[in-house]
Ligand binder design. Structure first.
Ligand code: G3H
Ligand code: ZN
Length: 283
């Protein structure tokens, strides 16, 4: 069965590794992630954005995640990514999600706390874990788009208060990463991670994990990051592999001819991330 993030996040924080959230966008993403996890004996989180949910349909999403958990026997959480309302979070829980994110980062602090608390109260009663967010993470992901100029770092004192009042199971804070591909190198504020992570018992979540240099990821984990989200790097690997096949062979019509190398390319990306995050052999 699917597990809540509390199945592995406390251990990740204590032992200084991070569990990857790999976004599920279709069947091949779901398969690639569990194939990589089986090879690495790693726990992981399927992240599903509201856009991906509309694309796949909630029934298929839950069925694919459950099939992966059953096939692998690994601890897998099915997590709503950047949930925008209490209603969407409840729909997901009712359909079988084991974890949800409520992203109230665009509200003021008081309202974010109040709304997140409601989700935590309902989710906890169902054994479902909750991620909250503070500060504004820049970049574009599906329905979310934040101009670089509007991206604001999280205030550590506010993040600590946010945790204390909401009792979320992990907290995403804006520390300098962004969604999508980076133009330059991200400037990660390790001091913010450190300040928040050392004051609360749950791990900090790093969004925008694609394109962050390995060394920066290692430092972020040491500072207290216990969950890292990766989507764009898999999208790039998938699409590049498809493009390569279609460019080389104009007569291809069987989707399996380009989806197979696309899936293989994602398996490689995910295995490397699992090793980098230290989640290999932690299942
Ligand atoms: O919520 C999902 C992520 O934060 C993914 O970010 O597409 O930059 O890897 P990314
Ligand atoms: Zn994100």
């Amino acid at each position: 069965p699917l597990v809540s993030m509390n199945d592995f996040l406390p251990r990740a924080k204590d032992n200084k590794f991070a569990v990857g959230q790999f976004n599920m966008n279709n069947l091949e993403f779901a398969q690639a992630t569990v194939e990589a996890a089986i090879a690495e004996n790693s726990p992981f989180i399927y992240g599903v954005s509201e856009g991906a949910l509309r694309y796949m349909g909630i029934e298929f999403t839950v069925a694919m995640a459950k099939a992966a958990a059953e096939k692998s026997g690994l601890p897998i959480a099915l997590h709503l990514d950047h949930g925008s309302s209490f209603e969407v979070a409840m729909q997901c829980i009712r359909a079988g999600f084991s974890s949800v994110m409520f992203d109230g980062s665009h509200y003021g602090l008081e309202e974010n706390i109040a709304l997140t608390k409601e989700v935590v109260r309902a989710a906890r009663a169902m054994g479902v874990s909750v991620e909250g967010e503070l500060g504004t993470i820049g970049g574009v992901e599906d329905d979310l788009s934040v101009d670089e100029a509007d991206a604001t770092l999280a205030n550590p004192e506010e993040a600590i208060r946010f945790y204390e009042e909401t009792q979320v199971d992990c907290v995403a804070i804006a520390v300098g990463t962004a969604h999508g591909m980076y133009k330059g190198e991200p400037k990660i504020h390790y001091d913010i991670i450190e300040k928040v992570a050392s004051a609360i018992p749950v791990p900090v979540v790093l969004h925008g994990g694609s394109g962050v240099p390995d060394e920066a990821i290692r430092k972020a984990i040491l500072a207290g990051v216990g969950k890292i989200n990766v989507n764009t790097e898999n999208q790039v690997a998938c699409t590049n592999a498809i493009r390569e096949v279609l460019n080389a062979k104009a007569d291809v019509i069987d989707p399996r001819k380009y989806m197979t190398p696309a899936r293989d390319a994602m398996v490689q990306v995910i295995r490397e991330k699992m090793r980098l995050f230290g989640s290999s052999n932690q299942a």
